[in-house]
Structure formats: structure tokens, C-alpha cells
Write a protein that binds this ligand. Structure first.
Ligand code: PEP
Length: 251
């Protein structure tokens, strides 16, 4: 059984003071949740978020990492630094990083391996652009991102990662893939994972859907057999909305 996992990606929003306010609002709203919850704020908010979440089961994650241990890499943060403050997750290969900051499948691969060495769960983002979807190459694009991004991992390592399928045309646009379309692509991604690592590890790897997830569409998405959770951008910034997404299975 794969435990449902809902994570928030705050992108470049919120100061430490705003982070405190958010957690004060969120925590009472999700006290009884039995799903795994993660929040990935900007680096500057990580320690505040970790302190605010320490009495809860919420795990805190970063939005990016550099693969080297330490050194002359101005502006970068290493996996051991993230681990030292209590980070549990790290988003890797988000489409915004691929688009604006030169992230490639090769750098995704280096980051995934470095994170696993430090017991941090990588949330590896894959997904096609609108143009690629219209060209009918969605599966090919996702398969390449998976195969190259996870190249060289053992099946045991692969089981520890989380994949987020995020069609780029659905991110921040208000357009969600239909639950059936998301299921179909995610089922395909699971078949690629089975090809790479074997059927049993592929059945254990959690695959989230991301792209304009809201309180109004989460239930239908989570009802799909291969969708194990969500990576939530915009709607994770408001405590009430994020709580409603987390509480999707409550009435
Ligand atoms: C994201 O940033 O990963 C994302 C899915 O954003 P949104 O929910 O705003 O579409």
C-alpha cells in the first residue's frame, strides 16, 4: 500500500514572518490527517517552517539543491546542509527550474543521487509542455525524463523517491489535466519505472499529480488507482485551501 502524500511547493513566496502565520493557521485544520504532508518553502523559510512543524507530522522540504558536498559554489546549498537542519524532502527538476535555470535530466540525476546519500526524499518532477502534448509525445518525454533522471539508481534507492507528474501547461494556469488523463500518464510512468527497476519497486514508488490542484478537484484525482498524492503550488499558499486539499477524504 502506498501512503498518500500531498506536498506544497511555495515557489518564491512568503517571508519567515508569513511562514509563522501560515503554520499557526494550518496546524489546527489538519490535526487528524492520516496522510503524509510536506511543505517546501524557499530556503530562507526552512528553519522557521521546521520549528513551526516540529510538534506535527508535517515534513519540510527544499525546492532545489546542489549535488556537491561543499566548496566554492556561490549561492548553492548542499544535501548535508539541508539534512543538518531537518529537511525531509527536496523537489528536483521542477519545470520552472528546467525552463529558467538550466536544469537538465543530467543535473536532476546528480541531485537525486546526492539527496539519497543524505536520506532526503527527492520529489522528481516530470511532465510535457503543451506543444509536446499536441504533438502526441507526452509518454516519450516522460519516459526520457524518468530514465535519464533516475539512471544508475538501484531498485532499493528508486523505491525511496517520489515522482511528481506535472504537465507544464497545467502549472499555475488553472487548467488541470482531467483525472482520467492524469491517471493514464501516471500509469504509463509506473510502467516505465517497472521497466527500469522491476515490477515490485514500481508498485512501491509514489507518484503525485501536480498542476492547478485545488480543493475542488483533489478528490477526483486521488480516486485514481495510480495517483498517490499531489504537488500543489498556488493552492498551498493559503492555509485554508491547503487544509481542504489535505482533508480531501474527510466529509
Ligand atoms: C507546482 O508549482 O508544482 C504546481 C503544480 O503549481 P500549481 O499548483 O500552482 O499549478
Amino acid at each position: 500500500m502506498r501512503k498518500p502524500f500531498i506536498a506544497g511547493n511555495w515557489k518564491m513566496y512568503k517571508t519567515p514572518a508569513e511562514t509563522k502565520v501560515f503554520f499557526k493557521q494550518l496546524l489546527p485544520l489538519i490535526e487528524k490527517t492520516d496522510i503524509e504532508v510536506g511543505i517546501c518553502p524557499p530556503f530562507i523559510d526552512l528553519e522557521t517552517a521546521i520549528n513551526m512543524a516540529k510538534e506535527s507530522s508535517i515534513g519540510i522540504g527544499a525546492q532545489d539543491v546542489y549535488w556537491e558536498e561543499e566548496g566554492a559554489f556561490t549561492g548553492e546549498v548542499s544535501p548535508s546542509m539541508l539534512f543538518s537542519i531537518g529537511c525531509r524532502y527536496c523537489i528536483v527538476g521542477h519545470s520552472e527550474r528546467r525552463q529558467y535555470f538550466g536544469e537538465t535530466d543530467e543535473t536532476v540525476n546528480k541531485k537525486v543521487k546526492a539527496l539519497l546519500k543524505h536520506q532526503i526524499t527527492p520529489i522528481v518532477c516530470v511532465g510535457e509542455s503543451l506543444e509536446q502534448r499536441e504533438q502526441g509525445v507526452t509518454e516519450k518525454v516522460c519516459a526520457t525524463q524518468i530514465k535519464q533522471g533516475l539512471q544508475g539508481l538501484t531498485p532499493q534507492e528508486a523505491e525511496k523517491i517520489v515522482i511528481a507528474y506535472e504537465p507544464i501547461w497545467a502549472i499555475g494556469t488553472g487548467k488541470t489535466a482531467s483525472a482520467e488523463d492524469a491517471q493514464e500518464t501516471i500509469k504509463y510512468i509506473r510502467s516505465v519505472l517497472a521497466e527500469c527497476f522491476g515490477e515490485s519497486p514500481a508498485q512501491k514508488i509514489r507518484i503525485q499529480y501536480g498542476g492547478s490542484v485545488k480543493p475542488g478537484n483533489i478528490k477526483e484525482l486521488m480516486a485514481q488507482p495510480d495517483i498517490d498524492g499531489a504537488l500543489v503550488g498556488g493552492a498551498s499558499l493559503k492555509a485554508e485551501d491547503f487544509a481542504a486539499i489535505i482533508n480531501y477524504n474527510k466529509k
